[in-house]
Design a protein around this ligand. Structure first.
Ligand code: NCD
Length: 325
């Protein structure tokens, strides 16, 4: 937790209404609609800068530590690209097995070490709540890049930004989330974030991969009427956003259970014939078999635009927490 003057105090990650400077980004619960509008506006500017000149020196002299205790392609490389395009530099620790973590160093000590070199730390960790723990020890801002099956707030920001950019609005939409809703942290963050808007949500999954009860209860506490179904056919004609996810193999204790559900949904051009003409198919990526490659050329396939948007959103966040947005 931190105050608006950039000096941190101990406690739960606060709401951001006093601005992003010096703050941790731990959970989507911190954001208001105004915060999102602000970050999306900065992301639009970042996109324009990148398209026009490729980079700026806004964060010249600043250092980002990017610490990943779990695999990543997009999140880690888009944070590195974001920092580089803002003129800053990066300490990339993508393979913690080559760092002192292997020697038994604790998370707090690793964080204390990195913050003595860097101005902001991006952390991905297999345990729920790890970023919150790190934030309690760190004086510098911590950005949660995924804490186990908990949250992935920066992904939810880029997901929402993509919906806004592609469909021009968020209010009034029907968002259907499909696949591994139990272990998919991107779903947990996006569903919570959508509580700020007037949207209809439908959750499509097999029984064992249903949305966790705590997330469901949170949506209900926000007055959302939520629908659940096993069959994607039930919602394909109605959905404005089809948010497809990978079955998270690494989270299953029993691999036979994974095998039983791994190919439960495959979005194909045939299925998409029933979808609206103006809708989008999203995926946080990586995909395994959930979306047929034959869909990639369909203008409704938004997942590659979504991935690119991640860099603009992360540029905006880095600039904001370092007080330069
Ligand atoms: C997601 C994640 O790590 O939670 N990937 C990402 O950051 N884009 C989704 C996934 O791994 O399936």
């Amino acid at each position: 937790m931190s105050a608006s003057n950039g000096i941190k105090t101990v406690g739960l990650a606060p709401r951001l209404h006093n601005g992003f400077y010096g703050k941790d980004i731990i959970s989507v619960r911190q954001f208001s609609r105004e915060d999102l509008a602000y970050i999306f506006g900065v992301a639009d500017e970042m996109r324009a800068v990148v398209k026009r000149v490729g980079s700026t020196d806004l964060l010249k002299g600043h250092v980002l530590a990017c610490v990943f205790y779990e695999p990543s392609t997009r999140t880690s490389s888009s944070f590195i690209a974001a920092m580089s395009r803002l003129g800053g530099s990066v300490i990339p620790i993508n393979e913690v097995r080559y760092s002192s973590v292997t020697k038994g160093e604790s998370l707090p000590d690793t964080i204390r070490t990195l913050e003595s070199y860097a101005d902001v730390i991006v952390l991905r960790h297999p345990e729920v709540g790890a970023s919150q723990v790190a934030a309690q020890y760190a004086r510098k801002p911590i950005i949660n890049a995924g804490d186990g099956v908990g949250e992935h707030p920066t992904q939810a920001l880029l997901d929402l930004y993509t919906i806004q950019s592609d469909l021009g609005q968020i209010d009034g939409l029907h968002v259907a989330m499909v696949g591994d809703l139990r272990y998919g942290r991107t779903v947990h963050s996006l569903a919570r974030l959508l509580c700020l808007y007037d949207v209809q949500m439908t959750f499509v999954s097999p029984e064992i991969l249903r949305l966790p009860l705590d997330v469901m209860n949170e949506l209900k506490a926000h007055g959302k009427s939520v629908r659940e179904t096993y069959d994607v056919q039930d919602i394909i004609a109605e959905a404005d956003v089809l948010y497809v996810t990978r079955v998270q193999r690494e989270r299953f204790a029993d691999q036979a259970q994974y095998e039983a559900v791994k190919d439960c949904y495959v979005i194909t051009p045939e299925l998409m014939q029933k979808a609206k003409e103006r809708m989008i198919v999203m995926h946080p990526l990586p995909r395994v078999n959930e979306i047929s490659y034959a869909l990639d050329d369909d203008p409704r396939a938004a997942y590659f635009r979504q991935m690119e948007n991640g860099m603009y959103i992360r540029m905006a966040l880095l600039a904001a927490v370092l007080g330069k947005a």
